[in-house]
Design a protein around this ligand. Structure first.
Ligand code: NZQ
Ligand code: ZN
Length: 388
């Protein structure tokens, strides 16, 4: 097992009715900015629950954070916080709102050009330099409620870039599984596939001796396979909803990544598809992931076979055969979850995508990705072209 440090300070408050606890969780006398997205919180009653729970605080509101949050929009919130002397931010939304708030939190006191936070991937480690924030999660998918990473798009250049650092964990996150009742089916499907792929990025590498991490990863995958198809049909079933939400958090709260190699190239390539074509994040992963496993088959085949045996119960065949069947099972699960796994099924003008992505990665110096740094630009090209 590799050496690791496990640090996760998030006060994770889970369950029905927990939004009522906001008043105890938000610092007394704090002037708060409530940040939200396009308005779903007004339709499903979450806004009312939040306002009712915070009767005495001085509150300023900032709405309009888009899915795949834009740097340009977030900078407007940064200006408001600077002008209004806000002490605390409350993100009420899905991964986009929470990620947006992480950027805002980091940018307010940043002494420099705030676009560099993304371009130079500045790490934020000093909590005294960021604005503290909490979250009320409304969409289980990203794990952003319990991690310190975020993804923000620069509209001007169509670049989707990451930021993060140990100072950017939420102080608390309220996770009430009943919030998923109002989610469109498409978003529920996205949530399952995003969480599933987060586990795959940290698990589907090469075989190693971190037995516990493997078993935890496999059990998250099995839980998502078991409940995924049903939860998108019956989001008001609390048994399904609660297991879904907790699986999505566990998939990317840092735990299963400790002591093991990880890949993340599916996400790096997928982010480009969202930046270029605005394809939903999870849907880009369903397009790229299985093709990455095929192109990187020699590197991943032993782990693919372990995954095939333990997660999909495939018992017959050689290592290669089980590994191949495991990829087919994954694609078929994504189809069950409503994904279209070819790029051409998601956008029309895809023909130059591989050239574009390879050029971009070359400019950024991303020439050796994956758990063995052997996903070269040629491999990226092959993965993207296989996805057409
Ligand atoms: O904007 P509103 O009106 O709130 O509507 C949203 C949005 O249109 C809607 N929605 C959210 N909760 C709802 C709801 N509608 C009805 N009822 C509810 N309870 O759903 C739509 C999508 O929301 P969004 O926040 O964009 O989705 P998601 O949570 O999937 O977040 C995706 C973003 O997270 C990033 C992605 O790249 C993408 O930008 N990621 C963040 C990660 C992280 N921080 O660790 C990791 C992920 O891999 C991912 O990259
Ligand atoms: Zn993701």
């Amino acid at each position: 097992m590799l050496n690791f440090e496990l640090y996760n300070p998030v006060n994770y408050v889970f369950g029905k009715g927990q939004i009522e606890k906001l008043n105890d969780l938000v610092p007394n006398n704090a002037k708060i900015l409530i940040a939200y997205g396009g308005g779903s919180i007004f339709k499903n009653g979450i806004y009312d629950q939040v306002k009712t729970a915070l009767p005495n605080h001085n509150i300023v509101e900032f709405g309009g954070i888009e899915p795949n949050p834009r740097f340009e929009t977030l900078m407007k919130a940064v200006e408001i916080i600077r002008a209004e002397k806000i002490d605390f931010i409350l993100a009420v939304g899905g991964g986009s709102v929470i990620d947006g708030v992480k950027f805002i939190s980091a940018a307010v006191n940043y002494e420099g050009d705030t676009v560099d936070i993304l371009r130079k991937r500045i790490l934020f480690k000093d909590v005294s330099k960021v604005i503290p924030f909490g979250t009320v999660l409304t969409l289980p998918a990203t794990g952003s409620e319990m991690n310190s990473g975020a993804v923000v798009t620069i509209d001007a250049t169509q670049e989707k870039l990451t930021l993060g650092g140990s100072a950017l964990f939420p102080v608390f996150s309220i996770v009430d599984p009943t919030v998923i009742i109002s989610l469109p089916k498409r978003q529920l499907q996205n949530g399952v596939v995003d969480a599933f792929t987060h586990v795959m990025e940290q698990y589907l590498t090469y075989t190693h001796d971190a037995f516990l991490q493997d078993r935890i990863a496999e059990s998250i995958l099995q839980t998502l396979i078991e409940i995924g198809p049903d939860v998108v049909e019956n989001p008001s079933d609390y048994k399904l909803a609660s297991n879904f939400v907790w699986s999505a958090t566990m998939a990317l709260n840092g735990l299963i990544q400790k002591g093991v190699p990880s890949d993340w190239a599916t996400h790096m390539i997928g982010h480009e598809l969202t930046a270029l074509y605005e394809i939903d994040h999870a849907r880009t992963l369903a397009i790229i992931g299985p093709n990455l496993y095929k192109v990187m088959f020699e590197t991943k085949k032993e782990k693919l076979a372990q995954y095939g045996k333990r997660v999909w119960n495939i018992s017959e065949g050689s290592t290669e055969e089980i590994a191949e069947k495991a990829i087919e099972k994954t694609i078929s699960f994504f189809h069950t979850m409503g994904m279209k796994t070819k790029l051409s099924e998601n956008t029309e003008n895809y023909q130059k995508t591989a050239d574009f992505i390879v050029n971009r990665f070359e400019e950024r110096g991303w020439k050796a990705m994956g758990e063995k740094q052997n996903i070269t630009l040629e491999k990226v090209r092959a993965i993207v072209e296989m996805s057409y």
